[in-house]
Design a protein around this ligand. Structure first.
Ligand SMILES: Cc1ncc(C[n+]2csc(CCOP(=O)(O)OP(=O)(O)O)c2C)c(N)n1
Ligand SMILES: [Mg+2]
Length: 356
């Protein structure tokens, strides 16, 4: 397989990052702390599933730089993230309550118990490509609401390489470009759609290449370089915010673990494949950068890693304490105003589930 890491081609966009402090030392340390938090929570969540605390989880090992880098580019006061089921790292970076986030993995709730409006992070979902439609609709709403140019909130749609082959995603991209919706299509190309490698499901060589067909600019970047991801996402967000229309960011990364905790990658790839195709660990890469720049030393990394473990342990306590929700809520929160059909289903469910 060809190397998956690519140099950034940021000159495609004329806009520059709004945040010049992106590479300041304090920010760099914050970025590392978050990478450590995310790595630890992801590792812990897999262990919790093996211990029987949660029934399932979608690991994001190897995608930390892509997710944390993108998360740091979001303006939580006005942008809105539309995740799939694997964006734990984006959620953590945005400050989403991670106990509430894990409630879906504990099978207590669909999409997380956190408040999406307050956290600017939509309920996460398993419908491949669904996040993309919602992001475009929300972003178009920004335009319709008459937000002034330069002040638009940007919708960030998170999708995978596999999702990019979904029909809905093409419709969403087409409409976004026609409507000049302020949306960034953030694709994590992690090499796999469950057991199918990218080259067997994405025609044309890349997801970024498709953007041209919709007249959108695209940035294809090294998704394991957290600073490259941060900068590219900032540029894409600035472009969309300025009213110049949507952008595709394709972050080339690698899903180092299984698709989910019920998947066995040994059935479709070897450990050698994983080593070669996965490239260098994104956390180790960033540590080297920080050491080379003289920004951090071993004691900083030790403390960050220990703090990350403490936070993961606190989240575990919260997940253990999570209690079931009333089953009737699955009908209550579908629409703002219920429909006759939904009401009938709710009554039928109640009759059949008196014990719930
Ligand atoms: C509409 C829909 N079709 C199929 C599936 C089954 N499915 C779940 S994950 C997945 C692969 C998605 O791959 P990708 O978009 O690359 O995301 P990744 O899992 O790699 O993060 C598929 C086909 C689904 N959940 N929803
Ligand atoms: Mg994928």
């Amino acid at each position: 397989m060809a190397p998956r890491a690519l140099a950034a081609t940021l000159d495609t966009l004329s806009t520059s990052p709004a945040d010049d402090a992106a590479r300041g030392p304090a920010r760099l340390l914050d970025v590392y702390r978050m990478l450590a938090n995310v790595r630890q929570l992801d590792t812990s969540a897999v262990a919790w599933q093996r211990q029987g605390l949660i029934p399932g989880y979608a690991p994001m090992l190897g995608q930390e730089a892509a997710q944390v880098g993108a998360g740091f580019a979001v303006d939580k006061t006005r942008d809105f993230v539309f995740p799939s089921y694997r964006e734990m790292g984006v959620a953590y970076t945005l400050g989403v309550n991670m106990v509430d986030y894990m409630s879906t993995h504990k099978a207590i709730w669909h999409g997380g118990l956190y408040d999406p409006v307050a956290s600017h992070f939509a309920p996460f979902q398993a419908v491949v490509g669904g996040s993309v439609l919602h992001a475009v609709g929300w972003a178009h709403g920004q335009t319709l609401n008459g937000a002034s140019l330069g002040g638009l909130g940007v919708g960030l749609a998170f999708l995978g390489d596999g999702a990019s082959s979904q029909g809905d995603v093409h419709e969403a991209m087409n409409f976004a470009a026609i409507l000049k919706a302020p949306v960034v299509f953030f694709v994590q190309n992690n090499g796999w759609a469950i057991s199918v490698p990218t080259e067997q499901q994405v025609a044309g060589g890349s997801v970024a290449a498709r953007a041209a067909g919709y007249g959108m600019p695209a940035l294809r970047i090294d998704g394991n370089d957290v600073l490259a991801v941060l900068e590219a996402t900032q540029r894409a967000v600035a472009h969309a915010r300025a009213g110049l229309g949507p952008v595709v960011v394709e972050a080339m990364t690698y899903r180092r673990g299984p698709h989910s905790t019920s998947d066995d990658p040994g059935r479709y790839r070897t450990l050698d494949d994983e080593k070669i195709d996965g490239g260098e660990d994104p956390l180790r890469r960033f540590r080297s950068v920080l050491v080379e720049q003289g920004v951090a030393d071993a004691s900083f990394f030790d403390k960050s890693d220990a703090d990350a473990q403490t936070r993961a342990d606190e989240i575990r306590d919260g997940v253990v304490a999570l209690e079931s929700r009333p089953g009737s809520e699955m009908f209550d929160f579908v629409f703002q105003e219920s429909t006759p059909t939904l009401g009938a289903q709710a009554r039928q469910w109640r009759e059949e589930s008196e014990h719930v």
